[in-house]
Design a protein around this ligand. Structure first.
Ligand code: ATP
Length: 207
């Protein structure tokens, strides 16, 4: 099974590309969904959160007060990192479990959509890595509109991430998502066909 990583920055268009792939019937592991699933699967995550952040983020039933906790950790970089250190090993483990599952099911290709694919070294486990790139002016505009944030807030979020120009250096394909969706879709198929040339027996890449 060919493992293809899809990465980018905030609002660069990873979900947009993943949706296009889903429509074509491809299997996708979405790291954002995995990040929610692991909380249910591994109770030790919330146990560690309780130990390191305090009981006040849990209700009487012992459930995490998601919104309150989210606001608390995303307000300060250090807190977010502390939470990521707790949860990330479980996210990575569960991504690999899902990859194994798809392989056992006989899938020829599986995509992993993860904003921090490179930061967490997951790109090294992929056969091919695709960067969803967007110019910074378009990126700021799209995130401002999508998340109803000010320009300053968007710039803060973008600067807290690894620059797209650095991600470019370690990816095999760059999809320019600064233009229309039709253009992006063409770019995506072009990349898939190129990958298909390398893995000749893979029928689903013959688009
Ligand atoms: P995040 O990691 O922040 O969740 P993302 O990389 O998954 O973001 P998307 O949610 O796919 O990015 O795209 C960001 C916003 O830009 C969305 O509102 C989406 O509809 C819009 N968008 C994406 N690509 C295009 C495009 N080519 N033309 C116009 N709008 C686009």
């Amino acid at each position: 099974m060919i493992k293809i990583g899809i990465t980018g920055g905030i609002g660069s268009g990873k979900s947009t590309i993943s949706d296009m792939l889903r429509k074509k019937g491809f299997s996708i592991i979405d790291a954002d969904i995995v990040a929610r699933e692991v909380l249910k699967i591994y109770p030790e995550i919330l146990q560690k959160v309780k130990e390191q952040f305090g009981k006040e983020f849990f209700n009487e039933k012992g459930e995490l007060k998601r919104k309150e906790f989210g606001n608390y950790i995303f307000a300060v970089e250090e807190r977010r990192k502390k939470y990521e250190n707790i949860i990330m090993p479980f996210i990575i483990e569960y991504i690999f479990i899902n990859l194994d599952k798809f392989k056992e099911e006989g899938k020829q290709v599986c995509f992993v959509d993860a904003a921090t694919l490179i930061e967490n070294n997951l790109h090294k486990h992929m056969d091919v890595n695709i960067l969803v790139w967007v110019d910074s002016k378009t990126q700021i505009e799209r995130v401002k509109n999508r998340d109803h944030l000010t320009e300053e807030q968007v710039i803060d979020r973008i600067s807290s991430q690894m620059p797209l120009e650095d991600k470019k250096k370690v990816c095999d394909f760059i999809i320019d998502n600064s233009k229309t969706l039709e253009y992006t879709e063409k770019e995506l198929y072009r990349a898939l066909r190129e990958i298909g040339k390398k893995y000749r027996g893979v029928e689903c890449l013959k688009l």
